[in-house]
Design a protein around this ligand. Structure first.
Ligand SMILES: NC(=O)C1=CN([C@@H]2O[C@H](COP(=O)(O)OP(=O)(O)OC[C@H]3O[C@@H](n4cnc5c(N)ncnc54)[C@H](O)[C@@H]3O)[C@@H](O)[C@H]2O)C=CC1
Ligand SMILES: O=C(O)[C@@H](O)CS(=O)(=O)O
Ligand SMILES: [Zn+2]
Length: 437
């Protein structure tokens, strides 16, 4: 039993970490100190934008005019499916109350966060679908203030189709500002006066690192950095489709990993031989990104057994994982770490990316070991409460007092004592464990 690297990458998702960390922490500190003026300065310097930061209603109407009818229908198609899936996920968890012992009631409530900051990437491509994924999901969860931001594309600001999608999905305020300065503005409440309770959305390494550094001051969805794809394929897979799907995600950027885990050496050879031609056939921007991504981050791993393929795939914890294999149920039962699973040849990652309904904001860089992707629950605080009858305090207060005293916490214990003395003045309770522990 063994695994063999048919093609091994020189880099991994952490390769640029030190430089990114330094750039981001400096920029966040400067923007916090310098406020809106500093954020505008970075926006001018990095993205060449000097216009208004808050998008006006007139600008949104002008964008609507520019978006062709077919594209509007396609955006609606995606919006309906993503919202419906988000609503089904939201409904899968509920508030409840249960009686734990006579007179002692405990419950769970779901409370939407007040303000969400939704980052919509827009440096290399116009990520129209990302606007729906974050904004619509926040609204389904019941968030009151949804602030969205994206990079100004040219002298007219944010790409019109991104603006249209943000507006359709229910954004309350839209900022034309990208990168670290966009994230910082939402976190600190610049331009809106409403600091985000949670920051969500995908982005490049600077965006993902900004969210990571701000975590704690506010919530974040997860680490959603440069896109990754893993494909598990066996002898039954069509090598041309495997190649197209790897290249399809490698075009995201020069730091987007694409991994093939296969039990078939023949498939590994076929993919290796055919992939460069498909990369070379892309238009220039996409070709440059995919070429560097496959060269630096692409891997083909041949495994002797299916069990080894499961183990390796779980270790990589791909953001997107495709299954192009026989006996799909066998794999589905065993795989544990991935952001979203695309089961069978028919289900391309690109369908989920754009419109099929599952959320495309997903964990990268191994984060799928501990979290799934964006869902309505990420915008909900799952809080608890309790209430109890006086009768129930007989046991609860006395037990809490005894436990508190054993812990050395006299103040805690006395909150039980005082209630028992008030409710049952004529009774004696054992309020401390006599024996030494
Ligand atoms: N994990 C996920 O769920 C998803 C991830 N993505 C990823 O989002 C990313 C989008 O990246 P981009 O096109 O670049 O758009 P972006 O909007 O994430 O980043 C563009 C911004 O980066 C900033 N920037 C660029 N170079 C910088 C530097 N040297 N120092 C400081 N700031 C700098 C600029 O201010 C610019 O506004 C891709 O890596 C893609 O793979 C996209 C969709 C989903
Ligand atoms: O990482 C992702 O989820 C992206 O692939 C989504 S998209 O292709 O940018 O829509
Ligand atoms: Zn994609």
């Amino acid at each position: 039993m063994a695994i063999h690297y048919y093609k091994q990458a020189d880099k991994n998702a952490s390769s640029n970490d030190t430089q990114t960390h330094e750039v981001v922490s400096r920029m966040l500190a400067e923007i916090e100190a310098g406020g809106e003026a500093k954020a505008r300065e970075y926006c001018r310097e990095l993205d060449g934008w000097e216009g208004d930061v808050i998008v006006s209603r007139d600008q949104i109407e002008a964008a609507r005019e520019k978006v062709p009818e077919q594209l509007k229908q396609d955006i609606h198609f995606a919006y309906e499916r993503v919202s419906r899936f988000a609503a089904a996920q939201r409904d899968s968890i509920q508030g409840f109350e249960t009686e734990l012992s006579p007179g002692l009631f405990a419950g769970q409530k779901l409370i939407p966060m007040e303000t969400a900051g939704c980052y919509v990437p827009g440096g290399r491509y116009a990520h129209i679908a990302s606007a729906i994924m974050s904004v619509a999901t926040a609204k389904v969860a019941g968030v009151k203030n949804v602030v969205a931001c994206s990079v100004p594309r040219d002298e007219n600001g944010i790409h019109p189709a991104i603006l249209y999608a943000m507006d359709l999905a229910g954004a309350d305020v839209i900022l034309q500002m990208g990168g670290v300065q966009g994230i910082a503005s939402m976190a600190f409440g610049l331009f809106t006066g409403k600091p985000a309770d949670i920051l969500v959305g995908p982005g490049n390494r600077f965006v993902a690192e900004s969210k990571r550094q701000l975590f704690g001051r506010c919530g974040i969805d997860m680490f959603a950095g440069p896109t990754e794809i893993g494909i598990i394929a066996d002898h039954s897979a069509d090598p041309d489709i495997v190649v197209e799907d790897l290249v399809g995600q490698a075009e995201h950027g020069p730091d987007s990993p694409a991994w093939l885990f296969t039990t078939s050496r023949e498939l590994a050879e076929a993919v290796d031989q055919r992939i460069q031609a498909r990369i070379d056939d892309l238009p220039e921007t996409q070709r440059k990104a995919a070429d560097a991504a496959w060269r630096d981050y692409g891997e083909i791993i041949v495994c002797d057994t299916r069990e080894e393929a499961v183990e390796v795939s779980d270790r990589y914890a791909s953001e997107h994982l495709e299954l192009q294999v026989e006996d799909l149920d066998w794999w589905m039962e065993r795989l544990n770490s991935y952001g979203s699973l695309f089961v069978g040849e028919e289900a391309s990652v690109a369908f989920g990316d754009k419109c099929s309904g599952t959320n495309h904001i997903l964990p990268t860089k191994g984060a799928a070991r501990y979290t799934g992707g964006l869902c309505a629950q990420k915008f909900l605080k799952i809080v608890t409460y309790q209430r109890q009858s006086r009768e129930a305090t007989r046991t609860v207060a006395a037990t809490a007092a005894r436990l508190s005293r054993c812990e050395g916490m006299e103040g805690h214990a006395r909150t039980g004592d005082i209630r028992l003395a008030k409710y049952y003045p004529d009774e004696r309770f054992v309020l401390a464990v006599e024996e030494d522990v």
